[in-house]
Design a protein around this ligand. Structure first.
Ligand SMILES: [Zn+2]
Length: 266
């Protein structure tokens, strides 16, 4: 060939044509081996069936209804309630009571010292105002990634196939860790971290909070026993962002709200 550049280009094209398919096939083989390793790492007794689930529960309607949905689908549900130092005092009792009523195993974990690293949120820091509408001060930083990771540890330990939480479509705008995008990436992260096929699910992810309440009613969840308030109070304050969302969702769903709110009594 007269032009050396043409000669070099021809050699490069020839190399790609000759070796390209081998690289492609090699990658395919490596990927299938990797997939097989992940499958083999799962314990034999749980391989192929998806019948045990861990669901994070706070005691609020969203998470309790997510757990009830899994139960309805035939899962043995372990409800995992984690104290991360939140001020709310009614959540744990509600979570435990409802777990018993709805037939979930109940696991409670006291990680209240987490409040030491979450001081920017009014949900754990009593010096900050609990606002009546959404502000950044009610975001608990990275909460769902932290709590779901603990849920994965429990799932791994009890051979559960699913880890779930109560995120729903009304959370999507303000809470990044309640979006499907987060779930997808988190799923990949835990699969890489554990080499087990533990599925991350949010059964309510397509439904608004009002639709979730309606579903809860269908599933027989005693909605009035759930607890949503952010404050350290025996009954719902009726004024915090969470209480107001609860009230609004009941109204939107057209369900009679049997919750007792403090401001109803004044
Ligand atoms: Zn409240």
């Amino acid at each position: 060939m007269e032009n050396p550049l043409i000669l070099v280009a021809a050699i490069i094209i020839a190399i790609i044509l000759i070796f390209g398919p081998f690289v492609f096939v090699n990658n395919l083989i490596l990927a299938s081996i990797r997939g097989a390793q992940i499958a083999l790492c799962r314990p034999a007794e749980s391989r192929g069936d998806y019948m045990k689930a861990v669901c994070l529960v706070s005691g609020g309607p969203d998470s309790i209804i997510a757990a009830a949905e899994l139960k309805h689908e035939g899962f043995d549900v372990t409800a995992l309630c984690i104290d991360y130092g939140q001020l709310s005092s009614g959540e744990k009792a509600a979570a435990e009571r409802l777990s018993k009523l709805l037939g979930f195993d109940f696991v409670y974990l006291d990680l209240s010292d987490l409040k030491k690293v979450m001081g920017v949120t009014s949900l754990v820091n009593p010096d900050l105002e609990i606002t009546p509408t959404f502000t950044d001060s009610i975001i608990v930083p990275n909460r769902n990634a932290i709590l779901l990771s603990i849920g994965v540890a429990l799932a791994y330990s009890i051979n559960a196939d699913v880890v779930a939480y109560g995120a729903h479509a009304s959370d999507r705008r303000d809470y990044p860790d309640c979006r499907e995008e987060f779930i997808g990436f988190f799923q990949k992260a835990i699969q890489t971290a554990t080499e087990r096929k533990i599925l991350v699910e949010a059964p309510n992810i397509k439904n608004s909070k009002a639709e979730v309440l309606l579903r809860g009613l269908e599933l027989g969840v005693p909605l009035e026993l759930t607890f949503s308030c952010y404050r350290n109070t025996a009954i719902h304050c009726g004024r915090c962002e969470s209480c107001r969302n609860r009230k609004a969702a009941f109204a939107e769903a057209g369900i009679k709200d049997k919750t007792v709110y403090e401001n109803d009594k004044s």
